[in-house]
Design a protein around this ligand. Sequence first.
Ligand code: IPE
Ligand code: IPE
Ligand code: MG
Length: 243
Amino acid sequence: MERSPRIPRHVAVVMDGNGRWAKNRYMPRFFGHKAGVDTLIRAIDLFADRGVEYLTVFAFSSENWKRPADEVSGLFGLVLVAASKYLEAMVSKGVRIRVIGNREGVSEQLQDAWMRAEQATAHNDRITVLVAFNFGGRWDVVQACRHALASGCSPEDITEESFARTLTLSEVPDPDLFIRTGGEMRLSNFLLWQAAYAELYFTNCLWPDFGAEEIDLALASFAARDRRFGGAESWSHGPDATG
Ligand code: IPE
Ligand code: IPE
Ligand code: MG
């Protein structure tokens, strides 16, 4: 199927609002996070059906360690369970899973579960889902700098292109559409470098309520944008598009 330039190839999502969703129901925050995982599983299928090739989702930020210990351990437990509970479904639905972020502070048990999920889905090609866990945009830039210094490269060797190759999402095109649910209009240290020319979309919808209708609203908003990438003419595909 010929892909439409009005469909983003790569969508990044800050899945925010789980806590408020639970609070609205007089339930503990964990209940919201649990509902949020189910919403993500459905959203993967919906984005794939609409032709999105890469979906990067913010699951746990470098700063989320500031939350109470029981919420942090609840989130880690949830992710561990989800990594096996939904694995078969992801394999059969053609979803390729990758986990990105700082592995420091993440248990071996969880890292093993991710490795299994990555290996089991490595050959799928319907959609690639990048789960950002213990991820921060600033962490990503700093780890790339460390790489550059450790490889002994000199200042003049560093270009935007060479630097971008050491960033976490180097093999993935930059996000075209950056969605944040939950009503806040900030990036919260998500993809800082990669989102340089992403179209931003904010909605008050709380993440657990983000279903087909909301996805279609976000995609319709993207389709109506006039992307220029600094130029005078609008680009329908993006500066690095071929054909
Ligand atoms: C986002 O929902 C999920 C994570 C940060 C893991 P929140 O937990 O931030 O929900 P709100 O913003 O408090 O409603
Ligand atoms: C961003 O949400 C992180 C994730 C969704 C994983 P936060 O709820 O942590 O962001 P702030 O604290 O409101 O900026
Ligand atoms: Mg929040």
